[in-house]
Design a protein around this ligand. Sequence first.
Ligand code: GAR
Length: 194
Amino acid sequence: MNVAILISGSGSNMLSLIDDMTGSHPGRVMLVLSNTPKAAGISKAIARGITAKVVDYQTYKPNISAFESELQNQLEAHKIDLICLAGFLHILGSNFIAAWEGRILNIHPSLLPKYKGLDTHQRAIDAKDDKAGCTVHEVVNELDSGPILAQGYVNILRNDDALSLASRVLVQEHLLYPKVVRDFIHNISTKNSQ
Ligand code: GAR
């Protein structure tokens, strides 16, 4: 199964997926797309031998459909079966999501349904939660709201600030996302072979 990873930033989750999809894994990362040329993950993907392209939202703005058509062109050109959003900070439109429903996953740095959107760690600290974490979910046409596939947990410590909490959550993200993607692809492959 051909996988594309969409990024906007450092690409640490992207690397955890690329590094897991080797050997007998039924998925392979065939393409990395970034919505910004500033994403540090682009050069990391290229260093792993993965095709990485920028579809710069700023050059299409406000023409969302032209931006998403170009994403779609790239995905079709690389015969992509599954999209993994990994630190992708652009909200995709309803037509794009409808076209990929059931074949697009996201990792979000909170225990959904708590703290959709940004600034998740500070919001968990401000709410005096004792636990934080991350969620892998299917993407639907409502922000951070699709069916939850799995969650990873960390305790919030007395001295935590948003940065220290984010770094511990990120460790859980790197464990959780590859595992969920592996199971997701395995389940699809098993269904297709029945
Ligand atoms: C990660 O915590 C990821 O969950 C989050 O961005 C951080 C950086 O990801 N994604 C979102 O907030 C998406 N709404 P990265 O290190 O993989 O680039």
